[in-house]
Design a protein around this ligand. Structure first.
Ligand code: 89V
Length: 341
């Protein structure tokens, strides 16, 4: 049995869960860690029995590229391009956390560099792999609600996300890149590509640099009117972090994904409900359960592609379309106009 060996670039908050997620798949093994602060890499290396730690990516690649199958980039967005480029120079496959890049142009460059180097390029975009989203898609594809005419995808929360990820406070562009890249990807996964897009943004929390509210209205190529809303300024009776709630209306009924992972399907003959909660691995933080659990499914999808077993969903070329929406949303909000694709 081939064991896929990888290096982790970036051992911050998210890498703990990414590594635990890899641990659920038997045929992968981390062999080297990079972090700009070596101490952080050391702590994680001890936990995972990883011998090699570096605070210099070039040294890591020089010493280990020969035995690696891929790198898993889990750093902040600003280093994604550089680290992708470096990995391609050694012919290594790349997995990169969302958002792929700080601009659409940079994302395009990264995709093209990987294509030229003939390496596989995957974006770790896990929201579409969440158990309730997969179940909702299955119900939608069954045709039970008929032709869909409108949809709402919502991530609205007041969770103190900056406590665990303080760097998010400093981003000039915040919620559309951090959450928008997830929920716009869900919209594409469920409803296809957009024809037009209009967006409003706002900054409610004055202690952060970027926007913490964004409302995106899209007309999809298939005619569906899709409203994607996101907020980290929401004070609600029920805090729903980190769930994405969805409502879909079709000619013969509607589907609702609610905060408790319940999916309710209503047709003229009544309402049925199904529960689609995440797998509760022992390492998931209950506050992030549905997201942490989906890391495993996203990683599995990528790995099966490396094994040549099936296509991967969140490859660079596909995720480029999500990044296109994120940056079209910024442009629309800035220029107060509808973007036509
Ligand atoms: O997945 C993410 O992008 C994280 C979240 C807190 C939503 O899980 O920022």
């Amino acid at each position: 049995m081939k064991i896929y060996k990888f290096a982790v670039l970036g051992t911050g908050f998210w890498s703990t869960y990414q590594l635990a997620g890899w641990g659920e798949l038997e045929i992968v093994k981390p062999i080297a860690f990079y972090n700009r602060t070596l101490e952080k890499a050391r702590a994680l290396a001890e936990q995972y029995n990883v011998e090699h730690i570096y605070d210099n990516v070039d040294e890591l690649l020089e010493n280990h590229a020969g035995e690696l199958d891929f790198v898993d980039i889990i750093t902040d967005v600003d280093t994604h391009e550089l680290f992708t480029l470096k990995a391609t120079q050694y012919g290594l496959n790349v997995i990169c956390q969302k958002p792929m890049a700080p601009t659409f142009e940079t994302a395009e460059k990264m995709v093209s560099v990987c294509q030229k180097a003939n390496v596989a390029f995957y974006i770790h975009e896990n929201f579409r792999f969440q158990a309730p989203i997969r179940k909702l898609k299955e119900i939608l594809d069954s045709g039970v609600i008929g032709k869909v005419f409108k949809a709402n995808v919502a991530f609205c929360s007041g969770f103190p996300v900056f406590d665990n990820q303080p760097f998010l406070k400093e981003l000039d562009q915040f919620i559309l890149t951090d959450i928008g890249s997830h929920v716009l990807d869900i919209a594409r996964y469920l409803f296809g590509e957009a024809k037009t897009l209009f967006c409003h943004t706002a900054r409610v929390n004055q202690e952060i640099k970027g926007e913490d509210v964004a409302n995106v209205l899209m007309q999809m190529q298939n005619g569906i009117s899709c409203y994607v809303e996101m907020s980290y300024a929401t004070i609600a009776e029920t805090e729903t972090f980190p769930q994405t709630l969805v409502r879909v209306e079709g000619e013969n009924g509607s589907i609702q994904l609610l905060h408790n992972f319940e999916i309710r399907v209503t047709t003229r003959s009544g309402t049925t409900a199904v529960h689609a909660g995440p797998v509760m691995y022992p390492w998931v933080d209950p506050a992030y359960a549905v997201v942490h659990s989906s890391i495993v499914d996203c990683n599995r999808n990528i790995l099966q592609n490396m094994e040549g077993k099936s296509p991967a969903e969140t490859i660079g070329t596909d995720n480029l379309e999500t990044i296109r929406l994120v940056h079209a949303a910024y442009r629309s909000a800035r220029e107060n106009r509808v973007i036509v694709f």
